[in-house]
Design a protein around this ligand. Structure first.
Ligand code: GYE
Length: 333
């Protein structure tokens, strides 16, 4: 190798070393912050406290936030969407809050606050009930497939009715809630399997079991001797129907088959007694999934699915009291 080529290479190497040294002494490139749970302050907008399912859902968030060292700010919306909009605006304005979680009272009405939350850089996760809003306005939705639950409820009703009459009355949850809308839709998609005839359908605002009981009492007067089954949108409404049926002199589980949703501890009691024929499970223990999704959102993880469906089953009085008691002993709600 000639001397001049060696010199050129040596000069090039020296120049590179000097530049490397300069870049090392130049302003360091800021490293991206990696959030952990202790960095999360979550504004949790809950529907209210209308059922055992709701109590278990709230407990899931309180217990998981405590164990994961997450700061949780809680709003009980008293089942009013206007309270949820107010809470959204409060959390949007709160500089400490970096995550907002919504359990929606209604299926619509959130686009404006979702847009404002996005503009404010808050990560929003929808839990429990789906909403009709553009999916780019929230990070993800974690909740049940209520349409599938409705399908399962119809199949369970067909099994319970057997070869008997197929006249069924419906006691719905709050008419604005996707859980009620989709269970009703799913049940009607599945009720053709055995020719169920939905005699009547009424909705209990805010899922109020007192209203549910009055609806059933009115059905028993209007359709005396014609009701073979009750499709109730949650356990509290199913239990209210059973109480009205038993007070009328009929026997729930014998004269009238009742199908409920949620599979709460109270629902299990009526499966064990045989007064409820089937209970379609709806999983309320969503907080661990929700908080992990929110953390992913804070850390800029992309590719999150728009919807993460909950895993859940169904339970039947026909499983027998002993088997159901053993299952109940293993459940958290
Ligand atoms: O079935 C009912 C509660 O959204 C799945 O809301 C939830 C429903 C649940 O009021 O008990």
């Amino acid at each position: 190798m000639t001397k001049s080529r060696t010199l050129r290479i040596a000069l090039a190497l020296a120049t590179a070393a000097v530049l490397a040294g300069c870049s090392a002494s130049a302003t360091p490139v800021p490293t991206k912050k990696v959030y952990t749970f202790k960095d999360m302050t979550v504004g949790f907008i809950q529907t209210g406290s209308e059922s055992g399912w709701r109590a278990a859902n709230t407990s899931s968030f309180n217990e998981t936030a405590k164990s994961d060292n997450i700061t949780l700010k809680f709003t009980d919306s008293q089942n009013k969407i206007e309270n949820q909009i107010t809470a959204f605006n409060t959390y949007i304005a709160d500089p400490a809050v970096n995550v907002i979680v919504l359990a929606a009272v209604d299926v619509t009405g959130y686009n404006d606050v979702l847009t404002a939350a996005k503009t404010a850089g808050k990560v929003v996760v929808i839990e429990d009930r789906r909403i009709d809003a553009p999916s780019n306005l929230y990070y993800t939705y974690i909740g049940s497939d209520f349409d599938k639950e409705g399908n399962e409820g119809a199949a369970a009703m067909c099994t319970a009715l057997g070869s008997g009459g197929k006249n069924v009355v419906e006691i719905g949850g709050d008419q604005g809630a996707s859980a009620a809308i989709d269970r009703a839709k799913g049940f009607r998609e599945g009720d053709t399997a055995c020719g169920i005839n939905i005699l009547d359908s009424q909705y209990a605002a805010a899922w109020d079991p007192t209203v549910g009981k009055s609806i059933m009492e009115a059905y028993l007067k209007k359709y005396t001797g014609k009701i073979n089954g009750v499709f109730a949108h949650n356990d509290e409404l199913a239990i209210a129907a059973i109480q009205a049926i038993d007070a009328s002199g009929l026997k729930a589980g014998k004269d009238v088959q009742v199908v409920g949703f949620d599979a709460t501890a109270d629902g299990f009691k009526y499966l064990i007694s045989g007064e409820m024929s089937a209970d379609i499970e709806c999983n309320p223990l969503l907080a661990p999934q929700v908080f992990q999704a929110a953390l992913d959102g804070l850390n800029g993880v992309t590719g999150q699915p728009t919807w993460v469906p909950s895993q859940e089953g169904q339970f039947f009085a026909s499983q027998g009291a002993d088997a159901l008691k053993a299952i109940l002993a293993t459940r958290k709600y």
